[in-house]
Design a protein around this ligand. Structure first.
Ligand code: ZN
Length: 511
């Protein structure tokens, strides 16, 4: 038995290292690599993918997993080794069900579709993208068919969801999005009517000043220069090679300070998840996030629940004044609090405020589900997009770039990914509820710039476990709850009222 376990651990270690190398390639591609390096980098990614895929589908791994079955069935299900066995078994099972040729076809069709998506944006013509997207969806159907008759997935779309948030189902998502939609639409229109125009932080702030501010902000929340880096990237992201090497990126927009401030907090939340994994899981399959929804819950928690709260504004305003002076001398905490929580009806998801954001995701969920179920054709997608935008946001879509061509996900083959953003938002509000019950002084700590109790709570309840528990189990252990919408909705309405962005409650409290 112990020989088989050793074999399992040895295989896990190599797979974990290969993932770390992939992370480094990706980080470098988006921060340091000169543009001319892109073809060679694509070759390197492909080589690495092939090696990783071979390791995961290796029949030797299959035999080891099988040999350990009787032991795993009788040992403590919460032990690290049993969790490792479970994680590798799942990865192996999912990979061997998909023929290598199909996996390669999917990856090349996605690369091609991303190019078409860019060309279509350039030409402002959906027809340029349409054939490539049709191909992507056709391959997704073949991918789904690989799991036909396995009894594991009740709905075709579940197969796709599972790649991003294991265990999440269509049946579970439908009512969540229906409630969000029903409740958010009136809330948004009431708050948007009361809102004002203009940027969150008006003014021009040189990148050097922003860097100094972001440096102090990040060190205060928990950025450790010994183990972390911050660099510039067009689309901010976070990546880690291990818990000891965490890379954040941001964008310095001189006329939009909110970009750097909130992307730093967002990516810090992602980074902290990886930095606070239990070192015991290092170089194993357990040193990974358990799902993208959980990962996103961590970034949204720091960006929104912390970064747009009144106590945070109390702590942050003096920092803004010290680094940027001028404009910030003239405003007070309630102004800042109100400003960072403004609600505006907008067409672009990545520019959407916290309250509106999930309506953008509801729209994408509705459309991609219709595509997968065959109720909507790619040719009809642009009209369906515009119709849904009008229905949900009351807005006309003046151009494809502000409509169906705004996101790269579908072109990149990522169908079933969007819901993880909303799962992250829902979880972040649930986690905040649980942690503020356990840490009654949390608001005082944040206002004083002491983020250690918050970091510790997250380490203990979420981060350290890595992939040991499923998202469902992790949420249950941390909050005692299943995934639900009410905590997010009441948090949003409460904050809008508190910030003076709503004059009276809009929602009818649900029991
Ligand atoms: Zn994120």
């Amino acid at each position: 038995m112990s020989a088989a376990l050793d074999d399992l651990r040895r295989r896990a270690l190599e797979i974990a290292d290969l993932h770390g190398i992939g992370g480094l390639l990706l980080w470098d591609q988006n921060t340091m690599m000169p543009p001319g390096g892109s073809d060679a980098r694509a070759d390197q990614f492909e080589a690495l993918e092939r090696i990783l895929h071979d390791r995961v589908i290796d029949p030797g791994l299959g035999r080891t997993i099988e040999a350990l079955e009787p032991w795993a069935a009788s040992a403590d299900p919460d032990s690290d080794d049993v969790a490792l066995h479970r994680a590798l078994k799942r990865d192996h099972y999912k990979a061997v069900n998909v023929p290598t040729d199909l996996a390669a076809e999917i990856s090349s069709a996605s690369a091609h579709a991303q190019q078409s998506w860019m060309a279509a944006r350039e030409a402002k013509d959906f027809k340029v993208f349409q054939p490539a997207l049709e191909r992507v969806l056709e391959l997704q159907q073949r991918y789904i068919a690989c799991f036909d008759g396995t009894a594991e997935f009740a709905h075709p779309y579940d197969v796709l969801l599972d790649d991003y948030e294991p265990g999440l189902t269509t049946e579970e998502l439908r009512p969540l999005f229906a409630t969000l939609q029903d409740e958010l639409v009136p809330l948004i229109s009431a708050a948007a009517a009361a809102g004002e125009e203009g940027r969150v932080f008006p003014g021009h702030f040189p990148a050097e000043q922003q860097k100094a501010l972001a440096g102090e902000l990040l060190r205060a929340v928990g950025y450790d220069p010994e183990h972390w880096r911050l660099d510039a990237a067009v689309h901010p992201f976070a990546r880690s090679m291990s818990h000891t090497d965490v890379r954040l990126t941001t964008r310095w927009e001189e006329d939009d300070l909110a970009m750097a401030v909130y992307s730093c907090l967002h990516e810090f939340g992602h980074g902290l998840y990886e930095a606070q994994m239990d070192p015991r899981h290092y170089r194993t399959t357990l040193a990974e996030a358990t799902g993208l929804g959980v990962h996103e819950s961590q970034s949204r928690l720091w960006e929104n629940l912390v970064g747009r709260s009144k106590p945070f504004c109390e702590w942050f305003l003096p920092l803004l004044r010290r680094h940027l002076g001028g404009a910030f001398e003239a405003i007070e905490v309630p102004d800042l609090y109100r400003s960072v929580n403004q609600v505006r009806l907008s067409l672009i998801r990545i520019e959407a405020d916290e309250t509106t954001y999930n309506v953008h995701i509801a729209l994408r969920f509705e459309l991609e589900l219709a595509l997968v179920e065959g109720r909507l054709s790619v040719a009809d997608l642009p009209d369906a997009w515009d119709e849904a935008t009008h229905r949900l946001l009351g807005l006309e879509t003046p151009s494809l770039l502000e409509g169906v061509l705004q996101d790269i996900h579908w072109g990149a083959g990522m169908v079933g990914y969007f819901p993880t953003y909303t799962i992250g938002n829902l979880m972040s509000a649930q986690l905040w509820g649980a942690l503020s019950a356990e840490l009654p002084d949390i608001e005082e700590s944040v206002a004083a710039g002491d983020f250690a109790p918050l970091r510790e709570w997250l380490r203990e309840n979420i981060h350290r476990h890595g992939r040991k528990y499923t998202s469902r189990e992790l949420l249950r252990r941390a909050t005692g709850e299943e995934l639900q919408v009410e905590p997010l909705l009441s948090y949003l309405e409460g904050k809008l009222l508190d910030a003076g962005l709503l004059t009276a409650p809009v929602r009818i409290p649900r029991t």
